[in-house]
Write a protein that binds this ligand. Structure first.
Ligand code: GUN
Ligand code: FE
Length: 443
């Protein structure tokens, strides 16, 4: 079950997904293909046939475009404050602890296990300012088999970055970023590539102009992915306008940080001109609908961005978002788009309450979480198709202790897909593969 295009659901019964040694899908043999029987028999004879079984369905794995790995120990805490106070009072002190490698290893192992168990096969991570702990996260993803884009966070401006948690200098921040790129590229040598180094200025408020420019130059020199926060909240958007005289998007562009492989987190306050700029360079947005309820003061204009051709996928924004599951964020994407469409203030007349035409449905939100995320990252992931990595999960609709209801007398396969999207939990994720390797297997 998958969504090859936004709004298009594809359900193949009894298809064979042929996975090659390199973890890529070689072909999909449909039930009506005359070679079906032969290919199946050959795989069985070779002991390589995997049969899903009754009530189990194969879906592409999720792409989570925005995760703060060091904030995992804080999941579900401290969400009562606005962004700028939450960062200073809770988040920077927590992230500072990752100078301690033992703390970092324990937290990162726990996080990667949890995300894989939730079906997240590709994770886009901010680590911390610490080079060694960032390398530890890369090692853990490589060892556990999660596809991961990872960045050493840059915070080189003492104005908003506290003394106890920032880069010692701009030069050091750039040198450490370059060192991490080399380290992660070195990891790629053993087998299929899993870890991609990512240039990560935290956001404009914690970075100097010189640092941002140097990171832009590094992006051009290395072709590495870039991630940062963009126009997230009233405070952040206003701060950047005041400091640079431009929107986040246009400022990032001037620093050379807007590339085909740039992921902009949130982007709630982007205007039409920003959308045009993002579209023109092929960058993408990590829409984080749950987190936005807490920190963003507004709903991301998702439908508008999609109509303008902007690449968009989904992110949990752990721990600004208090849920590790992309299933959950799919549901929040649908719900918040509907709130934007209808409006939220009952004291206003219905015809001036919302922004009609803003809603997306669950099939579109599932596409964002899979193929849409793959397009943002410019990687062959998010789809079960030849040439794409076999990054996939099995959903077990009969899992014990689950609220996923399937009612055979009422449900066709389209209904089953809808129910999976709306009601699956971690307990329904039975098996997960990344690049053909089983990384979660509950039997
Ligand atoms: N802006 C800068 N840092 C952060 C962060 O850690 N979380 C969120 N949501 N926004 C940010
Ligand atoms: Fe974030």
């Amino acid at each position: 079950m998958q969504t090859p295009e936004r709004g298009l659901v594809e359900i193949l019964e009894d298809a064979l997904v042929v996975v090659a040694e390199d973890g890529l899908i070689a072909e999909i043999v449909t039930a009506d293909d005359p070679r079906h029987e032969g290919v199946e028999a050959e795989a069985r004879a070779a002991g390589r046939l995997e049969v899903l079984g009754e009530g189990r369905y194969l879906l592409p794995g999720f792409v989570d475009l925005h995760i703060h790995a060091p904030q995992w120990p804080q999941l579900g805490k401290a969400l009562h404050l606005p962004l700028e106070d939450w960062l200073q009072q809770y988040t920077f002190p927590l992230e500072a602890r990752y100078a301690d490698l033992a703390f970092a290893n324990a937290a990162y192992r726990s996080l990667v296990d949890a995300l894989l168990a939730n079906g997240t096969t590709t994770a886009v991570y901010y680590a911390t300012v610490h080079l060694e702990a960032t390398k530890a996260l890369a090692d853990i993803c490589q060892a556990k088999g999660q596809r991961a884009l990872i960045g050493k966070v840059v915070m080189d401006d003492p104005a908003l970055s506290p003394d106890f948690y920032r880069d010692l200098s701009t030069d050091q921040a750039i040198a450490d970023t370059a060192a991490f790129i080399d380290y992660a590229n070195g990891l790629a040598g053993n087998g299929t590539r899993l870890v991609y180094p990512t240039i990560t200025p935290r956001f404009i408020p914690t970075c100097t102009d010189a640092g941002l420019k140097a990171l832009g130059d590094l992006a051009a020199a290395t072709g590495a992915h870039v991630q940062t926060h963009c126009s997230e909240s009233d405070w952040e958007h206003g701060f950047v306008l005041e400091r640079t005289g431009r929107t986040d998007t246009r400022a990032l562009e001037a620093f050379g940080l807007m590339t085909r492989r740039t992921v902009l987190a949130h982007a709630n306050f982007i205007c039409d001109d920003d959308m045009d700029a993002i579209h023109a360079c092929g960058a993408g947005v990590a829409h984080c609908p749950l987190s936005n309820h807490y920190f963003s003061n507004a709903v991301f204009p998702l439908r508008r961005a999609l109509e303008k051709g902007v690449h968009v996928g989904l992110g949990t924004d752990i721990s600004g978002g208090h849920d590790a599951s992309i299933f959950s964020n799919i549901r929040h994407a649908v719900a918040s788009s509907r709130a934007l469409a209808d409006g939220v203030d009952a004291s206003l007349p219905a015809d001036s309450r919302g922004r009609p035409g803003s809603a997306v449905d669950f099939t579109e939100a599932f596409w964002l979480a899979t193929a849409g995320g793959g397009i943002v990252l410019d990687l062959p992931i998010g789809l079960l198709a030849p040439g794409y990595f076999f990054d996939a999960m099995v959903i077990d609709t009969h899992a014990a202790d689950s609220d996923l209801v399937v009612w055979p007398e009422l449900d066709g396969l389209d209904d089953v897909f809808q129910r999976i999207v709306y009601s699956s939990g971690r307990q329904n994720v039975r098996k997960v593969w990344v690049a053909g390797r089983a990384v979660v297997d509950k039997g």
